[in-house]
Design a protein around this ligand. Structure first.
Ligand SMILES: *Cc1c(COP(=O)(O)O)cnc(C)c1O
Length: 218
């Protein structure tokens, strides 16, 4: 496990070098969904601190205890968030990558105000415009960003995408990077186990890697 972490960090460093970027500008989000605390511990013990989960409920079964033990953990929510779980999400996560609709912006704004805790927020973009997939359509992102910031007072840090499984990811990464540039958003979450190096070449600041770190999910 820890070998896979070393290998992926090496690959990230190499991709950064090829891209003329600094390795410190790319964060490896270790996607620990379906894996228990006992599998996460080895990563924490070698100093890894950035993790991703896709379900609020599952995250609550492991992360409050792990965060108590390692207070500098940075936990990302990378899966869909129901508005009625906004309070729990704001309380536990440090980054919410899946802001994808106005009702959620309203719920998050309310909880951030109430709890005085402000996770970083990324807008999820449905770059492939897939009907079954969450995310704002590319043509609507500028308007949605304005709504989030001006109407609801949210600070938005970046964009996130999950390209269609049956397409080459690079065009989607390039589109997301172009949009983030135009919108002046500094963070870009894109790239998973199969394509994180390509994502880094195209500007990813966060790569979300699960199976290549933890092994295939059962
Ligand atoms: C599970 C998941 C990942 C990690 O996928 P791997 O292919 O296992 O690296 C990345 N992003 C999201 C949104 C996920 O749900």
């Amino acid at each position: 496990m820890v070998n896979s972490l070393n290998q992926i960090n090496t690959n990230i460093t190499r991709a950064c070098k090829l891209a003329g970027r600094k390795a410190v500008d790319v964060k490896l989000v270790a996607v620990s969904k379906t894996h228990g605390a006992e599998e996460i511990h080895p990563f924490l013990h070698v100093g890894h601190r950035v993790f991703g989960e896709n379900r609020v409920q599952e995250a609550y079964t492991k992360w409050p205890a792990l965060k108590a033990e390692f207070p500098d953990i940075e936990l990302h929510l990378i899966g869909p968030l129901q508005s009625n779980k906004a309070a729990e999400a704001v309380a536990l996560f440090d980054v919410i990558e899946t802001l994808d609709r106005e009702s959620l912006a309203i719920a998050l704004a309310k909880e951030i105000q109430k709890q005085g805790r402000a996770p970083k927020l990324f807008i999820q973009v449905n770059t492939g415009e897939e009907p079954q997939k969450a995310g704002i359509a590319p043509r609507d992102v500028a308007t949605f960003l304005k709504l989030c910031t001006e109407t609801y007072g949210l600070k938005i840090d970046g964009l996130m995408c999950i390209p269609p499984v049956d397409q080459l990811p690079s065009p989607h990464f390039a589109l997301l990077a172009k949009m983030a540039g135009e919108l002046n958003l500094p963070q870009l979450s894109m790239g998973m186990s199969a394509d994180y190096e390509q994502a880094i070449m195209l500007g990813a600041t966060h790569v979300r890697v699960g199976s290549a770190l933890f092994g295939e999910r059962g």
